[in-house]
Design a protein around this ligand. Structure first.
Ligand SMILES: [Zn+2]
Length: 389
């Protein structure tokens, strides 16, 4: 079992995902199932905050959903299920909690996230079941360039989206729009480079919880994760680009802390953002995660420096060094991850440039240039780039 697989299974088995900090015996009130664009969506209504975890079982295919401390209050047996991958739902007690078993017709990819009360709706757990053949239709890392090595997979994350507009400019310009345009430019640029393959976390204006963004990178076996933003600062004169990497202990600057709070705060709309390892062997899990995170932070800093250097050729830099903060979106224990603030949408001059198509392209080109340099210096094993070296 390689380190990434080991981590994946540790994370899958050991992580209780807190929907909110406080929780006490929520009751499961209702469940709804309906077709979504990608497959099937199951929404569970609870009357309070809750912790949950999910894991798949095979032969036969099942999905287990544990709700820690939750009480059953609804009979799920009578739930009308639309045709699709979900055949039946069974539930039973598990310790002082509740276990749901979803019987499946075929393997699915699961995106699970908690929603806090909003717009007259209460606490919800959303389970998106996506048919795996849809992913097969859009292969990411399997393409081989003339059999000489695999593609380096870069997951490009456009910040915010949907009901989370991100930061706003003085005339209502929205960070989520600018971030998407720059991210799309970056993905196109990456795809043009032989030996590289981009995967966009979102390609439309849609809300995606932070934890799910990290999971896309994990699912794609990404070599790197880059999140694209254009944030605001309390000081409207603040301008220029910055690059952030995850810090393990606190933020390295006040602005870094402020931004991490802003970016992570967006996720309160959508649910949990951190990856606590609270399981059967917390010591082992902790040691492995620590080792991995330290190595990953070091790589992320190298990557960040390289990208910052290239950005410095085309735009003012807000910080000359890579800043560090506890961004939830950067918390992949094993994938080098950076967050690029391409400029301040709260600064009028920056905001104008961020909306300029040529500047968007230049930003994408610079980010690519930086990550390309990073990978040329340390090509991942088995990659086409490693073969060329
Ligand atoms: Zn942002």
């Amino acid at each position: 079992m390689n380190r990434r697989r080991l981590l994946q299974s540790l994370l899958a088995s050991a992580a209780w995902l807190p929907a909110l900090d406080a929780f006490a015996g929520a009751r499961l009130l209702d469940a709804r199932a309906f077709h979504s664009s990608e497959g099937l969506r199951l929404v569970l209504d609870l009357d309070g905050p809750f912790h949950f975890r999910t894991f798949p079982l095979s032969a036969p295919e099942r999905l287990v959903v544990d709700l820690e401390g939750a009480q059953p209050s609804a009979d799920l047996g009578g739930l009308a299920l639309p045709s699709g991958p979900l055949r039946a739902i069974r539930s039973g007690r598990l310790g002082d909690g509740l276990r749901l078993v979803l019987d499946l017709a075929e393997p699915v990819d699961l995106n699970a996230f908690a929603l806090a009360p909003e717009g007259g709706k209460g606490h919800r757990l959303v389970l998106d079941l996506r048919l795996q053949r849809r992913l097969v239709e859009a292969p990411v890392s399997s393409t081989r360039a003339a059999g000489k090595g695999r593609d380096i997979v870069v997951v490009v994350d456009a910040g915010h989206g949907g009901k989370d507009p991100g930061a706003l400019g003085s005339r209502g310009e929205r960070e989520k729009d600018v971030a998407l345009l720059i991210a799309q430019n970056l993905a196109r640029r990456i795809d043009r480079q032989p030996g590289f393959k981009a995967r966009l976390v979102r390609n439309v204006d849609v809300f995606i919880p932070l934890r799910q963004r990290v999971e896309v990178a994990r699912r794609c076996n990404a070599d790197m994760f880059v999140s694209v933003h254009a944030d605001a600062a309390p000081r409207r004169t603040a301008s220029g680009a910055s690059v952030f990497a995850l810090s393990e202990h606190g933020a390295t600057s006040t602005l870094a802390r402020f931004m991490a709070e802003r970016e992570n705060g967006a996720d309160l709309i959508g649910g949990s953002s951190n990856l606590p390892l609270k399981g059967k062997d917390p010591v082992l899990a902790g040691v492995i995660l620590d080792m991995s995170i330290n190595a990953t932070i070091a790589s992320s800093l190298d990557l960040g420096h390289s990208v910052l250097r290239s950005l410095g050729d085309i735009t003012r830099l807000h910080q000359e060094r890579v800043d560090q903060a506890g961004f939830a979106v950067l918390k992949s224990p094993d994938i080098p991850s950076i967050l690029v603030e391409t400029g301040f949408i709260s600064n009028d001059a920056d905001c104008r440039r961020l909306h300029d198509a040529r500047h968007q392209q230049q930003l994408a080109e610079a980010i690519f240039d930086g990550l390309h340099r990073y990978f040329r210096q340390r090509p991942p094993q088995g990659s086409l780039l490693a073969g060329l070296g």
